[in-house]
Design a protein around this ligand. Structure first.
Ligand code: PLP
Length: 403
């Protein structure tokens, strides 16, 4: 955390005195500290910014402008990617495969107009290639593709898989076979390879109050990182026997220093670390400064020790455990009611600080994840140097709800 930054309830209440709650905000001073910390962890490697974890063009612009090592965006749906391309964003790599034939048709047009500048799309099987080819007329310019490689860890002799269940491509042989399949097809061109280690980058190894679980996570992550470093290098070497591979992407906010240290990786990805949501409080390798939050108005007092806020039920995606709930942040000393959690319309807040909150005061909370906060608000209030310096739309505020 950045101790130089005053993140007290009193300060934010002064900053947002004129803003009606509920509202969401990004603290640009905190985001700058997070950006610098992430660039340092990424050593000398370029950092591709994960747009799903930001979901505001204005904020993406500020991130990209902050340092020349930020290069390109790792996007999350093809319609989003095409929209960004239309707005002039370059170097777009779509991180997840698509089955959206309409959008693929549009991508084909974009690739025809600018074969080396159009977005790169993710593939992990021949069906993905078939889908792309089916929208291309004969003689059309090739669409650039990226091979997604499974970066998970197989434990207990292959009986248990740790990591996201995504690509079926895992071995150097399998990756080279898909690369040859791409080479055989003149209408697709191999441009990149990605291997994202979610079990390291996206899992905090210091879960609050769970020391044993933390030790188990650290053990798994160490083993997995060692296995992956070797396998990723072998996969990249095998694919390079088939075709040149200018881009090898890996990692995320939680693994920057580990992934960037691998020679085979040409660039790392990061997104969540800019906002530093609550799930990123629980890593031993780094600490970030909370940079995004939302304020809820206190609208009733069911008892002197309870303050009930309007709204707040902004749960994060993923396995449905309590860590996906928003976290009461300011004033310090608030907690959710275990019976009610964060409600659709009402969120009772308990804890020592709740007794001090009056109707009309505001409580500040943080989302468990990063970009999903933006699906709840049309605008973000940007704070810098103790004042609101801009109010910018989220994707939702621009009428864009991609997922
Ligand atoms: C493919 C891919 N790369 C990188 C990331 C890391 O993003 P972040 O830095 O927001 O955790 C993710 C997150 O889920 C991802 O799916």
């Amino acid at each position: 955390m950045n101790s130089a930054l005053d993140q007290s309830h009193a300060r934010y209440e002064a900053v947002f005195a004129e803003v009606e709650a509920p509202f969401a905000f990004v603290d640009l001073d905190a985001m700058r500290a997070n950006s610098e910390a992430m660039l340092a962890r990424a050593a000398e490697k370029p950092v591709r910014v994960a747009s799903k974890s930001v979901r505001s063009r204005a904020v993406l612009d500020r991130i990209l402008a902050a340092d020349e090592r930020y290069s390109g965006l790792l996007t999350f749906t093809l319609p989003e990617t095409l929209w960004l391309a239309e707005q002039g964003y370059e170097d777009l790599l779509l991180a997840y495969p698509t089955a959206d034939m309409g959008a693929l048709g549009e991508l084909a047009l974009r690739s025809a107009a600018n074969p080396q500048g159009a977005p790169i799309v993710m593939v992990d099987c021949a069906e993905h290639l078939d889908a792309i080819e089916s929208v291309l007329g004969t003689g059309a310019a090739p669409v650039r593709v990226c091979i997604d490689v499974d970066a998970g860890w197989w434990a207990l002799g292959g009986r248990v898989k740790v990591g996201p269940k995504r690509s079926p491509v895992r071995t150097p042989e399998h990756a080279a076979e898909l690369a040859r399949e791409i080479e055989r097809r003149p209408q697709v061109e191999l441009a990149a390879l990605m291997a994202y280690e979610g079990q390291i980058a996206g899992v905090g190894d210091r879960p609050a109050g769970r020391r044993l679980r933390g030790a188990a996570i650290r053990f798994v992550q160490r083993r997995s990182a060692a296995e992956l470093a070797e396998r990723r290098a072998a996969v990249v070497a095998a694919v390079r026997e088939v075709a040149p591979l200018p881009v090898v992407n890996g990692g995320g906010t939680g693994s920057l220093e580990l992934t960037a240290a691998e020679e085979a990786v040409t660039e790392v990805a990061a997104g969540s670390g800019f906002y530093a949501p609550a799930l990123f409080d629980h890593y031993s390798r780094f600490s970030l400064t909370p940079a995004a939050g939302f304020a809820l108005p206190i609208v009733r007092k069911p008892a002197p020790s309870v303050a009930t806020a309007l709204g707040g039920g902004y749960l994060a995606s993923g396995a449905g455990d309590p860590a996906r709930l928003p976290v009461p942040w300011l004033p310090e000393g608030l907690r959710l009611d275990p019976e009610e959690g964060a409600g659709e319309v009402q969120t009772p807040l308990l804890g020592a600080a709740a007794a001090q909150l009056r109707i009309g005061d505001r409580a500040y909370l943080r989302h468990a994840k990063a970009g999903e906060l933006c699906e709840r608000f049309d605008v973000l209030h940007l704070v810098e140097g103790g004042q609101v310096v801009d109010v910018v739309p989220t994707y939702r505020g621009e009428g864009k709800a991609f997922l």
